[in-house]
Design a protein around this ligand. Structure first.
Ligand code: SMG
Ligand code: MG
Length: 368
């Protein structure tokens, strides 16, 4: 493939309800879309950065800048562009994995379309639908939380994840168990809000039969997670800490996690995400697909990834209407608690022009 140019598009999507985590409350999702144009095709990649560097060090304006100043210009070099050429072309630039992932995904989408292959086929998906979980934000009260969980369970979600932070951990978990019973697949996510000194408090979650505690400690605190894993019975899952197949292998070897949340954006793209899947499978470590409140574009690729055989736990791959009143693509809908893996070439889904225009804040063209 020959690159013609890259479009950076900033969109702003109002959320159906505020989403509160241990680090921020979000009411609008500001997203950067990367569109690659080749001589014969186009492809999309959704950059999963947040507007502010609170989940990780990357943020949307920074991603746009590194794409414009370094990554897109570096991509002009390979004479024959394919998905495997992207990471090597960008390797000299440190970090910025979310920005790199968006660009690589856009190239991958265009390349898959040119080969009439779907993302799922190419990745090695073995399922045609994937079980959907839902991530439930921190609420102002326990009754408000129970209402929200009740709504999601009635819609058919197959797993509930509660966002937690110090002061909002044992009580919400206990309340959900008391109200909805022990059969609900339940897990929690702290987004790094604790330290090892909180081990005794986190051990108080042990009686509730959680699937896992996600990223309780700082992203760099691998040894702390390994120590915590010895002090609590609930399995430790890492999210923020896992940025590559190498860091996954290291964390597993150190006993820092027994489950991994794979987010392609966090690790530099779907090629690296698949390597993490393989490393985890080789170690008998279950994985599941994380979410970054993606639009239908990012969700399509995540759902294809989640259809790989090592994804044995439901992901944060919820239906479009859990996030947005109107998605920028045909909406993903929950059927029997599952989302269908798209079958068409590439991502298998495209933006609906009117809906995309409606939420667009700016566009920028970078010619080759
Ligand atoms: O996409 O459903 C989703 C959100 C899932 O909780 C979710 N993501 O740490 O796993 C995580 C968070 C990161 C984004 S919080 C704004
Ligand atoms: Mg997380």
């Amino acid at each position: 493939m020959k690159l013609v140019g890259v479009e950076l598009r900033r969109i702003a999507m109002p959320l159906v309800a505020p989403f509160r985590t241990s680090f921020a409350t979000m009411t609008t999702r500001e997203i950067l879309l990367v569109r690659v144009e080749t001589e014969d095709h186009e492809g999309y990649g959704e950059c999963v950065t947040m507007a502010d560097p609170l989940y990780s060090s990357e943020y949307t304006a920074g991603a746009a800048d590194v794409l414009r100043s370094y990554l897109v210009p570096a991509l002009a070099a390979p004479p024959d562009l394919d998905p495997w050429a992207v990471a090597p072309a960008l390797a000299a630039f440190k970090g910025h994995r979310m920005a790199k992932a968006a660009l690589e995904t856009a190239v991958l989408d265009a390349w898959l379309r040119s080969h009439d292959l779907s993302m799922g086929q190419w990745l090695g998906a073995t399922a045609d639908r994937v079980p959907a979980g839902v991530s439930v934000g921190i609420m102002d009260s326990i009754p408000a939380l129970l209402d929200a969980v009740d709504g999601y369970l009635s819609e058919g979600y197959l797993r509930i994840k509660l966002k937690i932070e110090p002061g909002w951990d044992v009580a919400p978990v206990r309340a959900v168990r008391e109200r909805f019973g022990d059969d609900v697949l339940l897990q929690v996510d702290a987004n790094t809000a604790y330290t090892l000194a909180d081990a005794a408090q986190l051990a108080r979650l042990d009686p509730y039969g959680l699937l896992l505690i996600e990223q309780p400690l700082d992203e760099e605190d691998i040894r702390g997670h390994a120590e915590l894993a010895r002090q609590v019975r609930t399995p430790i899952c890492l999210d923020e800490s896992i940025v590559s197949a190498r860091s996954a292998a290291d964390a597993i070897a150190m006993g820092a996690c027994s489950v991994v949340n794979i987010k392609p954006g966090r690790v530099g793209g779907y090629l690296e995400a698949r390597r993490i899947h393989d490393v985890c499978a080789a170690n008998g470590v279950p994985v599941w697909c994380g979410g970054m409140l993606e639009t239908g574009l990012g969700r399509a690729a995540n759902v294809a990834l989640a259809a790989l055989p090592g994804f044995t736990l439901p992901g944060d791959t919820s239906a479009s209407d859990r996030y947005y009143r109107t998605d920028i693509t045909e909406p993903f809908v929950l059927r029997d608690g599952h989302l269908d893996v798209p079958r068409g070439p590439g991502l298998g889904i495209s933006p609906v022009p009117g809906q995309l225009a409606e939420v667009t804040a700016s566009t920028e063209w970078i010619g080759r």
